[in-house]
Design a protein around this ligand. Structure first.
Ligand code: ZN
Length: 414
């Protein structure tokens, strides 16, 4: 039912029967488009009952290819113990411990489908681990270009999954340059390479959009008043918004939409800045620094789409400082029993702020996304214990500030 790819800038159509990256005319992000009218006639949301609890339960609205699956998706929608109308969508329970599993499952599925042999990604975080795992499962090569100072879990998991890891003395921009050099070389075409960088190919968005389908299905096809989403590259935000449009065309929901809220780290908040200034695209954030490595994206490639969604949905953008993020991580662990990634805990910071300003009322249903497991950040938390809410306060780390430890890994659009 996948009919074509469509440019999100100029609307040009491209065939979906071969690998594609971005629009050749204007470098716009390409979206997969389906024959939704036919799907509406042949499939209904009622038929989802009893299907496998993975994101591939929505295969009616995903590309028709043999899935490379490790059981990703259909993560728990946990009712908060603290706020009666808040749900925590716990993406930390995905394979490889983060929401990146969804996008890479879909992306590697399509890369294998098209016969790609070597998948390249400039990354320093959870996307690298997910690409490594899904490439192992697919029997293709993962080539990961990471800064030398990446979080320990991401480096070790990539090694164990058998990925080819190139440690680069520099930031993600330097890693991306390595991929670009490869792309210009004669081996790229000859050896079946493919670039799976964030939003530089159409299928990571397709995997991530299943979060939108799940939010609707798990809330009984009711749409919440708000969704708070930690936004680095913003693929999930784009994907969920796309999912709501598809579900409306399928007759599964009406025209209602959640207010879409971006939360970023105060140490790297290009979307928040652009939103506050009323701009339609973001500027490169200088000297990005935050312990939430997944939010170190100084200029997301999909900035124009993210800002458009915030506007259309009546949403907003909120910044959370590293000490607030650490405090929220400890608070969630103690009150909810959820050990969140710092990026995920930033959602709680944003919710508190939006409640304080009256943006959200106590009876508004709001979904907070925890994008990953805190277990992948043990070295980060350990180095910042004095600022955390976990109760431990070893004197040795008391002089450190959260931003002094270089984590590297701007997961970027370069
Ligand atoms: Zn275009």
């Amino acid at each position: 039912m996948l009919t074509h790819l469509e440019c999100t800038r100029c609307g040009e159509h491209y065939p979906a029967d071969r690998p594609q990256s971005v629009c050749p005319k204007d470098a716009g992000i390409l979206y997969a488009r389906y024959d939704l009218a036919t799907i509406k006639r042949t499939f209904s949301s009622a038929r989802l009952a009893g299907r496998a609890p993975t994101m591939w339960r929505y295969d009616a609205v995903l590309p028709d290819a043999n899935p490379v699956s490790l059981g990703e998706g259909f993560t728990p929608m946990l009712l908060s113990r603290e706020y009666p109308n808040v749900y925590i969508k716990d993406e930390g329970l995905n394979p490889t411990g983060s929401f990146k599993a969804r996008g890479l499952s879909a992306c590697v599925t399509m890369a294998r489908h098209f016969g790609s042999k070597k998948l390249a990604i400039p990354s320093a975080g959870n996307a690298a681990g997910a690409l490594a795992a899904y490439s192992a499962a697919a029997g293709v090569e993962a080539h990961i270009f990471m800064p030398k100072d990446v979080p320990m879990a991401n480096r070790i998991e990539c090694d164990y999954y058998g990925a080819q890891v190139t440690l680069v003395d520099g930031l993600i921009s330097d890693c991306a340059r390595k991929v670009a050099e490869l792309k210009d070389s004669e081996v790229w075409e000859r050896d079946g390479w493919f670039d799976v960088s964030t939003t530089k190919e159409p299928y990571r968005v397709e995997g991530k959009k299943t979060m939108g389908y799940e939010v609707a299905e798990q809330l009984g096809w009711k749409i919440p008043e708000g969704i708070i989403y930690p936004t680095g590259g913003g693929v999930g935000l784009l994907g969920m918004w796309k999912a709501f449009d598809e579900m409306e065309k399928l007759g599964w929901i009406g025209s209602e939409r959640p207010k879409m809220i971006t939360v970023q780290s105060a140490g790297c908040a290009p979307i928040v800045k652009a939103w506050d200034e009323g701009k339609s695209s973001a500027e490169m954030w200088p000297h990005a620094a935050t312990l939430a490595s997944g939010l170190r994206v100084p200029k997301p490639y999909g900035d124009y789409l993210i800002l458009d969604i915030l506007k259309k949905s009546g949403g907003t953008a909120v910044a959370a400082a590293d000490p607030e993020i650490l405090d929220a991580t400890g608070h969630w662990a103690k009150t909810e029993g959820i050990f969140a990634a710092p990026e995920g805990a930033a959602s709680l910071v944003a919710y508190r702020k939006l409640r304080a300003t009256g943006f959200f009322k106590p009876d508004d249903t709001v979904v907070l996304f925890n994008t990953g497991s805190g277990l992948k950040y043990l070295d980060v938390f350990d180095a910042n214990t004095a600022h955390g809410a976990a109760g431990a306060s070893p004197a040795s780390s008391s002089s450190k500030t959260p931003t002094t430890r270089p984590i590297g890994g701007i997961i970027g659009p370069y």
